[in-house]
Ligand binder design. Sequence first.
Ligand code: SAH
Ligand code: SF4
Length: 362
Amino acid sequence: MQPTPPTPLVNLYDLPRAALGELLAGWGYSAYHRDLLWEALYRQQVESFDALTGLRPDLVQALREHTRLERPTTHHEVFSSDGFTRKLLLRMRDGQTVETVLMRFKDRATVCLSTQAGCAMGCVFCATGQMGFVRHLTPGEIVGQVLHVTRILRETNESLRNVVLMGMGEPLHNYEATMEAVDILVERSGLALAPRFITLSTVGVVPGIRRLADEDRPVQLAVSLHGATEAERGALVPAARKWPLTELMDACRYYSEKRKRRIFYEWALIAGQNDTPEQAHALGQLLQGMDAHVNVIPLNPTVGYAQRPSGPDAVRAFQDILAGYGLPSTVRQRRGIDIDAGCGQLKAAVERPRRAPQPTAS
Ligand code: SAH
Ligand code: SF4
Protein backbone atom coordinates (compact mmCIF):
# COMPACT_ATOMS: atom_id res chain seq x y z
CA MET A 1 0.00 0.00 0.00
CA GLN A 2 1.22 3.50 -0.86
CA PRO A 3 1.92 5.62 2.24
CA THR A 4 -0.25 8.74 2.48
CA PRO A 5 1.85 11.77 1.54
CA PRO A 6 2.35 14.02 4.58
CA THR A 7 0.20 17.16 4.75
CA PRO A 8 2.50 20.06 3.92
CA LEU A 9 3.11 22.12 7.03
CA VAL A 10 1.76 25.64 6.98
CA ASN A 11 4.37 28.34 6.44
CA LEU A 12 3.87 30.88 9.23
CA TYR A 13 4.66 33.72 6.82
CA ASP A 14 1.59 32.77 4.79
CA LEU A 15 -0.73 33.77 7.60
CA PRO A 16 -2.14 37.25 8.15
CA ARG A 17 -2.47 38.17 11.82
CA ALA A 18 -6.10 37.07 12.14
CA ALA A 19 -5.37 33.67 10.58
CA LEU A 20 -2.38 33.20 12.86
CA GLY A 21 -4.66 34.00 15.79
CA GLU A 22 -7.14 31.35 14.64
CA LEU A 23 -4.43 28.74 14.32
CA LEU A 24 -3.20 29.43 17.83
CA ALA A 25 -6.71 29.67 19.24
CA GLY A 26 -7.38 26.18 17.84
CA TRP A 27 -4.53 24.95 20.06
CA GLY A 28 -5.89 26.86 23.06
CA TYR A 29 -3.60 29.90 23.01
CA SER A 30 -4.97 33.40 23.49
CA ALA A 31 -4.47 36.54 21.41
CA TYR A 32 -1.67 37.49 23.79
CA HIS A 33 0.43 34.57 22.51
CA ARG A 34 -0.45 35.43 18.92
CA ASP A 35 0.82 38.97 19.51
CA LEU A 36 4.09 37.72 20.97
CA LEU A 37 4.61 35.43 18.02
CA TRP A 38 3.70 38.15 15.53
CA GLU A 39 6.23 40.52 17.04
CA ALA A 40 8.88 37.83 17.01
CA LEU A 41 8.22 37.16 13.32
CA TYR A 42 7.96 40.70 12.05
CA ARG A 43 9.58 43.03 14.63
CA GLN A 44 12.49 40.94 15.83
CA GLN A 45 12.37 38.99 12.59
CA VAL A 46 13.54 35.72 14.10
CA GLU A 47 14.57 33.11 11.58
CA SER A 48 14.25 29.86 13.48
CA PHE A 49 12.06 28.20 16.10
CA ASP A 50 15.08 28.17 18.41
CA ALA A 51 15.01 31.95 18.44
CA LEU A 52 11.44 32.05 19.77
CA THR A 53 12.72 32.36 23.30
CA GLY A 54 10.00 34.69 24.55
CA LEU A 55 7.25 32.17 23.86
CA ARG A 56 5.98 29.33 26.02
CA PRO A 57 7.99 26.18 25.26
CA ASP A 58 4.83 24.13 24.65
CA LEU A 59 3.71 26.65 22.03
CA VAL A 60 7.11 26.56 20.35
CA GLN A 61 6.85 22.77 20.33
CA ALA A 62 3.42 22.92 18.67
CA LEU A 63 4.77 25.35 16.08
CA ARG A 64 7.67 23.03 15.33
CA GLU A 65 5.30 20.13 14.81
CA HIS A 66 2.67 21.86 12.72
CA THR A 67 4.29 24.78 10.94
CA ARG A 68 7.41 25.83 9.14
CA LEU A 69 9.31 29.12 9.12
CA GLU A 70 10.35 29.36 5.55
CA ARG A 71 11.91 32.22 3.67
CA PRO A 72 13.30 32.33 0.16
CA THR A 73 17.04 31.81 -0.25
CA THR A 74 19.51 33.64 -2.48
CA HIS A 75 20.00 31.94 -5.82
CA HIS A 76 21.88 34.74 -7.50
CA GLU A 77 22.70 38.33 -6.70
CA VAL A 78 24.14 41.28 -8.59
CA PHE A 79 24.97 44.88 -7.74
CA SER A 80 24.63 47.79 -10.13
CA SER A 81 27.72 49.85 -10.91
CA ASP A 82 26.18 52.89 -9.18
CA GLY A 83 26.16 50.82 -5.99
CA PHE A 84 22.57 51.69 -5.15
CA THR A 85 20.68 48.83 -6.72
CA ARG A 86 20.95 45.23 -5.64
CA LYS A 87 19.12 42.67 -7.62
CA LEU A 88 18.32 39.30 -6.14
CA LEU A 89 17.11 36.14 -7.73
CA LEU A 90 15.42 34.35 -4.83
CA ARG A 91 14.65 30.66 -4.73
CA MET A 92 11.40 29.31 -3.38
CA ARG A 93 10.73 25.94 -1.73
CA ASP A 94 10.04 24.17 -5.03
CA GLY A 95 13.10 25.62 -6.75
CA GLN A 96 11.23 28.37 -8.60
CA THR A 97 13.19 31.61 -8.71
CA VAL A 98 11.82 35.15 -8.75
CA GLU A 99 13.36 38.58 -8.84
CA THR A 100 13.45 41.07 -6.00
CA VAL A 101 15.19 44.40 -6.42
CA LEU A 102 16.44 46.58 -3.58
CA MET A 103 17.01 50.21 -4.50
CA ARG A 104 18.65 52.57 -2.03
CA PHE A 105 18.15 56.26 -2.30
CA LYS A 106 19.70 58.84 -0.01
CA ASP A 107 17.30 58.55 2.88
CA ARG A 108 15.03 55.71 1.93
CA ALA A 109 15.00 52.26 0.47
CA THR A 110 12.56 50.74 -1.98
CA VAL A 111 11.94 47.11 -2.76
CA CYS A 112 10.40 45.81 -5.96
CA LEU A 113 8.54 42.55 -5.34
CA SER A 114 7.41 39.70 -7.54
CA THR A 115 3.92 38.25 -7.14
CA GLN A 116 4.16 35.30 -9.54
CA ALA A 117 6.80 33.04 -11.04
CA GLY A 118 6.51 34.13 -14.66
CA CYS A 119 3.43 35.91 -15.96
CA ALA A 120 0.46 34.90 -18.09
CA MET A 121 -0.11 38.33 -19.64
CA GLY A 122 2.53 38.09 -22.35
CA CYS A 123 3.40 41.78 -22.88
CA VAL A 124 5.73 41.66 -25.85
CA PHE A 125 8.47 43.92 -24.46
CA CYS A 126 8.63 42.31 -21.01
CA ALA A 127 11.18 39.63 -20.13
CA THR A 128 8.73 38.00 -17.69
CA GLY A 129 5.97 38.02 -20.28
CA GLN A 130 8.33 36.33 -22.69
CA MET A 131 8.82 33.46 -20.20
CA GLY A 132 5.16 32.63 -19.69
CA PHE A 133 3.35 31.72 -16.49
CA VAL A 134 4.67 29.18 -14.01
CA ARG A 135 2.68 29.67 -10.81
CA HIS A 136 1.31 32.14 -8.28
CA LEU A 137 3.41 33.03 -5.27
CA THR A 138 1.93 32.49 -1.81
CA PRO A 139 1.54 35.41 0.63
CA GLY A 140 4.55 34.10 2.54
CA GLU A 141 6.68 34.03 -0.59
CA ILE A 142 5.82 37.68 -1.24
CA VAL A 143 6.39 38.69 2.40
CA GLY A 144 9.57 36.59 2.42
CA GLN A 145 11.07 38.87 -0.24
CA VAL A 146 10.51 41.83 2.07
CA LEU A 147 12.05 40.04 5.05
CA HIS A 148 15.03 39.16 2.88
CA VAL A 149 15.73 42.81 2.11
CA THR A 150 14.99 44.10 5.62
CA ARG A 151 17.64 41.67 6.84
CA ILE A 152 20.09 43.26 4.38
CA LEU A 153 19.08 46.80 5.39
CA ARG A 154 19.43 46.06 9.09
CA GLU A 155 23.15 45.48 8.60
CA THR A 156 23.56 49.18 7.84
CA ASN A 157 20.77 50.45 10.08
CA GLU A 158 18.63 51.40 7.14
CA SER A 159 14.93 50.86 6.93
CA LEU A 160 12.54 50.07 4.16
CA ARG A 161 10.06 52.72 3.13
CA ASN A 162 8.63 51.94 -0.30
CA VAL A 163 7.28 48.72 -1.68
CA VAL A 164 6.40 48.44 -5.34
CA LEU A 165 4.59 45.37 -6.64
CA MET A 166 6.31 45.72 -9.99
CA GLY A 167 8.53 42.69 -10.21
CA MET A 168 7.66 39.49 -11.98
CA GLY A 169 4.00 38.70 -12.42
CA GLU A 170 0.63 40.38 -12.47
CA PRO A 171 -0.51 41.11 -8.90
CA LEU A 172 -4.22 41.31 -9.73
CA HIS A 173 -4.01 37.86 -11.35
CA ASN A 174 -2.92 36.66 -7.92
CA TYR A 175 -5.29 38.89 -5.99
CA GLU A 176 -5.85 36.97 -2.75
CA ALA A 177 -2.24 36.16 -2.03
CA THR A 178 -1.07 39.64 -2.95
CA MET A 179 -3.61 41.30 -0.69
CA GLU A 180 -2.88 38.95 2.20
CA ALA A 181 0.79 39.85 1.79
CA VAL A 182 -0.12 43.55 1.83
CA ASP A 183 -2.15 43.00 5.00
CA ILE A 184 0.89 41.42 6.64
CA LEU A 185 3.22 44.22 5.49
CA VAL A 186 1.05 47.04 6.83
CA GLU A 187 0.15 45.41 10.15
CA ARG A 188 1.12 48.02 12.71
CA SER A 189 2.52 45.68 15.33
CA GLY A 190 4.83 44.09 12.75
CA LEU A 191 6.61 45.50 9.72
CA ALA A 192 4.25 48.49 9.85
CA LEU A 193 4.87 49.69 6.31
CA ALA A 194 2.83 52.74 5.38
CA PRO A 195 0.05 51.89 2.93
CA ARG A 196 0.66 55.07 0.95
CA PHE A 197 4.17 53.85 0.22
CA ILE A 198 2.97 50.58 -1.30
CA THR A 199 2.31 50.75 -5.03
CA LEU A 200 0.58 48.00 -6.93
CA SER A 201 1.11 48.00 -10.68
CA THR A 202 -1.34 46.19 -12.92
CA VAL A 203 -1.48 45.52 -16.62
CA GLY A 204 -5.17 46.43 -16.40
CA VAL A 205 -7.04 43.48 -14.93
CA VAL A 206 -10.47 45.11 -14.90
CA PRO A 207 -12.23 42.88 -12.31
CA GLY A 208 -9.23 43.28 -9.99
CA ILE A 209 -9.29 47.08 -10.24
CA ARG A 210 -13.01 47.11 -9.42
CA ARG A 211 -12.49 44.76 -6.51
CA LEU A 212 -9.65 46.93 -5.24
CA ALA A 213 -11.98 49.93 -5.36
CA ASP A 214 -14.75 48.07 -3.51
CA GLU A 215 -12.47 46.67 -0.82
CA ASP A 216 -10.56 49.88 -0.22
CA ARG A 217 -7.24 48.15 -0.06
CA PRO A 218 -4.62 50.54 1.24
CA VAL A 219 -2.33 50.73 -1.77
CA GLN A 220 -1.45 53.17 -4.51
CA LEU A 221 -2.59 52.00 -7.90
CA ALA A 222 -0.50 52.15 -11.07
CA VAL A 223 -1.95 51.02 -14.39
CA SER A 224 0.36 50.03 -17.24
CA LEU A 225 -1.14 51.54 -20.37
CA HIS A 226 1.60 51.71 -23.05
CA GLY A 227 -0.97 52.47 -25.75
CA ALA A 228 -3.85 54.94 -25.85
CA THR A 229 -5.75 53.35 -28.73
CA GLU A 230 -7.07 49.78 -28.83
CA ALA A 231 -4.79 48.97 -31.76
CA GLU A 232 -1.58 50.29 -30.24
CA ARG A 233 -2.25 48.85 -26.80
CA GLY A 234 -3.34 45.51 -28.22
CA ALA A 235 -0.08 45.24 -30.17
CA LEU A 236 1.98 45.53 -26.97
CA VAL A 237 -0.29 44.12 -24.28
CA PRO A 238 -2.20 40.97 -25.29
CA ALA A 239 -4.34 41.26 -22.13
CA ALA A 240 -5.95 44.31 -23.77
CA ARG A 241 -7.96 41.93 -25.95
CA LYS A 242 -9.65 40.61 -22.84
CA TRP A 243 -9.99 43.96 -21.11
CA PRO A 244 -10.28 46.65 -23.77
CA LEU A 245 -9.33 50.26 -23.11
CA THR A 246 -12.92 51.45 -22.77
CA GLU A 247 -13.59 48.90 -20.00
CA LEU A 248 -10.24 49.62 -18.40
CA MET A 249 -10.85 53.35 -18.29
CA ASP A 250 -14.35 52.79 -16.88
CA ALA A 251 -12.80 50.71 -14.10
CA CYS A 252 -10.16 53.40 -13.47
CA ARG A 253 -12.83 56.10 -13.21
CA TYR A 254 -14.81 53.87 -10.86
CA TYR A 255 -11.70 53.41 -8.70
CA SER A 256 -10.85 57.12 -8.68
CA GLU A 257 -14.37 58.16 -7.81
CA LYS A 258 -14.82 55.57 -5.11
CA ARG A 259 -11.43 55.87 -3.48
CA LYS A 260 -10.70 59.52 -4.26
CA ARG A 261 -7.18 58.51 -5.12
CA ARG A 262 -4.89 59.47 -7.96
CA ILE A 263 -3.93 56.71 -10.36
CA PHE A 264 -0.48 56.48 -11.89
CA TYR A 265 -0.30 55.39 -15.51
CA GLU A 266 2.81 53.72 -16.80
CA TRP A 267 4.08 54.00 -20.30
CA ALA A 268 7.19 52.21 -21.58
CA LEU A 269 8.39 54.54 -24.36
CA ILE A 270 9.41 52.56 -27.41
CA ALA A 271 11.15 54.44 -30.22
CA GLY A 272 8.93 54.92 -33.26
CA GLN A 273 6.22 52.70 -31.75
CA ASN A 274 4.26 54.40 -28.98
CA ASP A 275 6.26 57.62 -28.60
CA THR A 276 4.57 59.37 -31.54
CA PRO A 277 2.69 62.69 -31.26
CA GLU A 278 -0.50 60.80 -32.23
CA GLN A 279 -0.17 58.47 -29.23
CA ALA A 280 0.70 61.38 -26.92
CA HIS A 281 -2.43 63.26 -28.03
CA ALA A 282 -4.56 60.13 -27.72
CA LEU A 283 -3.21 59.62 -24.19
CA GLY A 284 -3.86 63.25 -23.33
CA GLN A 285 -7.46 62.92 -24.49
CA LEU A 286 -7.92 59.61 -22.70
CA LEU A 287 -6.80 60.93 -19.30
CA GLN A 288 -7.80 64.57 -19.54
CA GLY A 289 -9.76 65.68 -16.50
CA MET A 290 -8.89 62.58 -14.48
CA ASP A 291 -6.75 62.57 -11.35
CA ALA A 292 -3.83 61.04 -13.19
CA HIS A 293 -0.05 61.08 -13.28
CA VAL A 294 1.91 59.48 -16.11
CA ASN A 295 5.19 57.70 -15.50
CA VAL A 296 7.12 57.37 -18.72
CA ILE A 297 9.84 54.73 -18.73
CA PRO A 298 12.15 54.53 -21.73
CA LEU A 299 12.04 50.88 -22.80
CA ASN A 300 14.52 48.59 -21.10
CA PRO A 301 15.67 46.43 -24.01
CA THR A 302 15.10 42.68 -23.63
CA VAL A 303 16.46 39.72 -25.55
CA GLY A 304 13.06 38.76 -26.93
CA TYR A 305 12.05 42.18 -28.27
CA ALA A 306 14.01 44.01 -30.93
CA GLN A 307 12.76 47.58 -30.36
CA ARG A 308 14.75 50.41 -28.78
CA PRO A 309 13.99 52.98 -26.07
CA SER A 310 12.95 56.48 -27.11
CA GLY A 311 15.71 59.09 -27.04
CA PRO A 312 15.64 62.16 -24.76
CA ASP A 313 14.14 64.47 -27.42
CA ALA A 314 11.26 62.11 -28.10
CA VAL A 315 10.68 61.69 -24.36
CA ARG A 316 10.55 65.47 -23.87
CA ALA A 317 8.24 65.99 -26.85
CA PHE A 318 5.91 63.29 -25.50
CA GLN A 319 5.79 64.94 -22.09
CA ASP A 320 5.19 68.39 -23.60
CA ILE A 321 2.11 67.15 -25.42
CA LEU A 322 0.78 65.59 -22.20
CA ALA A 323 1.41 68.86 -20.36
CA GLY A 324 -0.80 70.58 -22.95
CA TYR A 325 -3.65 68.43 -21.62
CA GLY A 326 -2.84 69.36 -18.04
CA LEU A 327 -1.33 65.95 -17.38
CA PRO A 328 1.69 65.74 -15.08
CA SER A 329 4.34 63.21 -16.01
CA THR A 330 7.67 61.96 -14.70
CA VAL A 331 10.44 60.11 -16.50
CA ARG A 332 11.39 57.04 -14.58
CA GLN A 333 14.78 55.79 -15.59
CA ARG A 334 15.00 52.16 -14.76
CA ARG A 335 17.76 51.98 -12.23
CA GLY A 336 20.43 49.36 -12.48
CA ILE A 337 20.01 48.86 -16.19
CA ASP A 338 23.51 47.35 -16.24
CA ILE A 339 22.34 44.49 -14.02
CA ASP A 340 19.23 43.67 -16.00
CA ALA A 341 17.09 45.31 -13.35
CA GLY A 342 14.00 45.30 -15.50
CA CYS A 343 11.14 43.02 -14.71
CA GLY A 344 12.21 39.44 -15.36
CA GLN A 345 15.49 40.35 -16.97
CA LEU A 346 17.91 38.94 -14.44
CA LYS A 347 16.17 35.58 -14.46
CA ALA A 348 16.22 35.57 -18.24
CA ALA A 349 19.94 36.38 -18.23
CA VAL A 350 20.83 33.77 -15.62
CA GLU A 351 18.77 30.97 -17.05
CA ARG A 352 19.27 31.71 -20.74
CA PRO A 353 22.65 33.38 -20.63
CA ARG A 354 23.35 35.52 -23.66
CA ARG A 355 25.02 38.19 -21.61
CA ALA A 356 27.26 36.61 -19.00
CA PRO A 357 25.65 37.06 -15.57
CA GLN A 358 27.87 38.57 -12.93
CA PRO A 359 29.09 36.29 -10.14
CA THR A 360 26.97 35.72 -7.07
CA ALA A 361 27.94 38.21 -4.40
CA SER A 362 27.19 36.17 -1.30
N1 SAH B 1 2.41 43.06 -14.21
C1 SAH B 1 2.36 44.36 -13.68
C2 SAH B 1 3.51 44.66 -12.74
C3 SAH B 1 4.86 44.14 -13.12
S1 SAH B 1 5.60 44.91 -14.52
C4 SAH B 1 2.28 45.40 -14.78
O1 SAH B 1 2.46 45.03 -15.93
O2 SAH B 1 2.01 46.53 -14.48
C5 SAH B 1 6.03 46.51 -13.87
C6 SAH B 1 6.18 47.59 -14.92
O3 SAH B 1 7.35 47.37 -15.71
C7 SAH B 1 5.01 47.65 -15.90
O4 SAH B 1 4.61 48.98 -16.11
C8 SAH B 1 5.62 47.08 -17.14
O5 SAH B 1 4.94 47.48 -18.28
C9 SAH B 1 7.03 47.61 -17.06
N2 SAH B 1 7.98 46.90 -17.92
C10 SAH B 1 8.08 45.58 -18.12
N3 SAH B 1 9.09 45.31 -18.99
C11 SAH B 1 9.61 46.51 -19.33
C12 SAH B 1 10.67 46.90 -20.20
N4 SAH B 1 11.37 46.01 -20.87
N5 SAH B 1 10.95 48.22 -20.33
C13 SAH B 1 10.23 49.15 -19.63
N6 SAH B 1 9.22 48.83 -18.79
C14 SAH B 1 8.91 47.53 -18.65
FE1 SF4 C 1 3.21 40.46 -16.93
FE2 SF4 C 1 3.53 43.02 -16.24
FE3 SF4 C 1 5.38 41.77 -17.74
FE4 SF4 C 1 3.01 42.37 -18.78
S1 SF4 C 1 4.56 43.82 -18.06
S2 SF4 C 1 4.07 40.41 -18.98
S3 SF4 C 1 1.68 42.05 -17.05
S4 SF4 C 1 4.83 41.28 -15.64
